[in-house]
Design a protein. Structure first.
Length: 86
């Protein structure tokens, strides 16, 4: 086998190993697998700006409701403040 064929074979094998490693999506963080199944937790997968990787964020249902209410109130205030009476 000449040198160019050996380099191609090594490249193909390396590419295959890289693809296989990327395709395994086993979550190795402690406790995170349980949080997906916990009925008192709310989890979501969020796309980060500037990245192709998604990040998992989990929180209690109470905290999620509080964030939702604060966001809704903030948007309402913003809309009311943007309306000007002439």
């Amino acid at each position: 086998m000449d040198m160019s064929k050996a380099i191609k074979v090594i490249g193909v094998i390396g590419f295959g190993v890289a693809i296989a490693g990327c395709s395994s999506t086993q979550d190795t963080q402690s406790g995170s697998a349980a949080s997906w199944k916990d009925p008192d937790m709310v989890c979501e997968s969020i796309a980060q700006t500037g990245s192709n990787l998604r990040k998992k964020r989990c929180m209690s249902k109470e905290l999620a409701d509080e964030i939702r209410a604060n966001t809704k109130e903030g948007m309402r205030k913003l809309e009311n403040n943007s309306r000007t009476v002439k």
